[in-house]
Design a protein. Structure first.
Length: 418
């Protein structure tokens, strides 16, 4: 029972340093969040020791009576949260959930229609080097000049290619999708509709974003983004897909489920059903809106910086640097220097290479979890706007960093955690 700090000081030092980084900087990577201590407690529990191939009540191992309880709670809660007929809480990650889902409803060689990676789609929606791009015939739709998903193109491509599956979902898109319209198009060409709500699941749970579950045949998600739980994946679906999806996850792609993570998922679903969670998601949306509004003001746009689609109605803002001398890498580095963590991101028709890019993806979920409200997000937006201006130098960086530190100190993260 030797504690980590004694048994392995090297790894303990890395963990401690990461805790300090999270506490002392402002985390604005749109796909990240801070899991509650209770979630981490479940994830760090003895459930990590248990093999439980199969599903609750139908396991291939003895001694599963307690993990059965935790997994069933997770299933029941997530079905309630999203109004789903079926749920599978075993996928180890979002990509695993997507792989299992796609292979349950399509065969290798079938045509799939998804949002182009360079226009905000995810790797698992048909990227060339991913299983989806290697094993399926991929047709991609795009965003239009205004930065909105081009539903006329979706319909045209669907009619032309008659895909087996239409994928609605994104990793970098600042607006809501029209699920009813996707459903109509899918029905017209007899395709399955799969929605990947990994990014916006927390907003859906809070009732602040349309719920794709009534429209889609299959819905996948991660549990660690806006949803705020442990790293992992889930699949929701209509009852008729239950058997295929269960066997696609296990034994199709996975062996033993991570019951400690599943217990942590169950805890996070309880949190996500609370009024506090709803209030937090509202602050997440407010923060993103404040940031977008600040970055379209004249003193910023004068320097070639703008915001894709002109704003946001989700938890993130996509900064467009195509007309700026600053590229995505430089902007990411500058923000890092003042203590704000974001990721550079290609924008549609990006003239710069993928390692440099002409965009930034900036999200508010983690800061909202930390307790940031309207006033704090206004200050964050001002700091970001100042950081992106051409007069950025060492003196300015130091004063902006002091403002970041003041915000971090105002909203302590994991107080008392060591
Ligand atoms: N789906 C979407 C839309 C995502 O944005 C991501 C992650 O960024 C994933 C799936 C994959 O999740 P994971 O990183 O857990 O495999």
């Amino acid at each position: 029972n030797t504690p980590l700090h004694e048994l392995d000081p090297d790894v303990a030092a890395a963990v401690d340093a990461e805790l300090l980084r999270q506490q002392s900087t402002l985390e604005m990577i749109a796909s990240e969040n801070f899991a509650p201590v209770a979630v981490m407690e479940a994830q760090g529990s003895v459930l990590t020791n248990k093999y439980a191939e199969g599903y609750p009540g139908r396991r291939y191992y003895g001694g599963c009576e307690h993990v059965d309880v935790a997994e069933q709670i997770a299933i029941d809660r997530v079905k309630d949260l999203f109004g789903a007929e079926y749920a599978n809480v075993q996928p180890h990650s979002g990509a695993s959930a997507n792989q299992a889902a796609l292979f349950a409803i399509a065969q290798p060689g079938d045509t799939i229609l998804g949002l182009d990676l360079a226009h905000g789609g995810h790797l698992t929606h048909g990227m060339r080097l991913n299983f989806s791009g290697k094993q399926f015939n991929v047709v991609a739709y795009h965003v239009d000049e205004a930065g909105l998903v081009d539903m006329a193109e979706v319909e045209r491509l669907a009619k032309e290619h008659r895909p087996k599956v239409i994928i609605a979902g994104w990793s970098a898109y600042p607006r809501q999708l029209d699920f009813a319209e996707f459903r109509r198009i899918a029905d017209e060409v007899e395709a399955y509709l799969w929605v990947d709500m990994a990014h916006f699941a927390g907003l859906v749970a809070a009732g602040l974003h349309p719920n794709p579950v009534p429209y889609a045949d299959v819905v996948t998600s991660t549990t660690h983004k806006t949803l705020g739980g442990p790293r992992g994946g889930i699949i929701l679906a209509k009852k008729e897909f239950a058997k295929k999806l269960n066997s696609s996850v296990f034994p199709g792609f996975q062996g033993g489920p991570l019951e400690h993570v599943i217990a942590a998922k169950a805890v996070s679903f309880k949190v996500a059903a609370s009024e506090d969670f709803k209030e937090r998601q509202q602050r997440t949306l407010d923060g993103a809106r404040i940031l977008a509004e600040r970055l379209v003001q004249d003193d910023v746009t004068a320097h070639g910086v703008s915001v894709l689609s002109g704003g946001t109605d989700v938890h993130l803002v996509l900064v467009d640097l195509r007309n700026s001398e600053l590229d995505g890498q430089q902007a990411e580095d500058r923000l890092h220097e003042v203590g704000i963590t974001v990721n550079r991101n290609a924008v549609p028709n990006d003239p710069r290479p993928p390692m440099t890019t002409s965009g930034l993806r900036i999200g508010t979920p983690a800061l909202a979890t930390r307790g940031f409200g309207t006033e704090d997000f206004t200050e964050v937006a001002d700091i970001i706007a100042e950081t992106l201006k051409p007069d950025f130098d060492a003196d300015k960086a130091a004063s902006l960093k002091a403002r970041v530190t003041a915000l971090a100190d105002k909203h302590p993260l994991y107080p008392g955690l060591k």
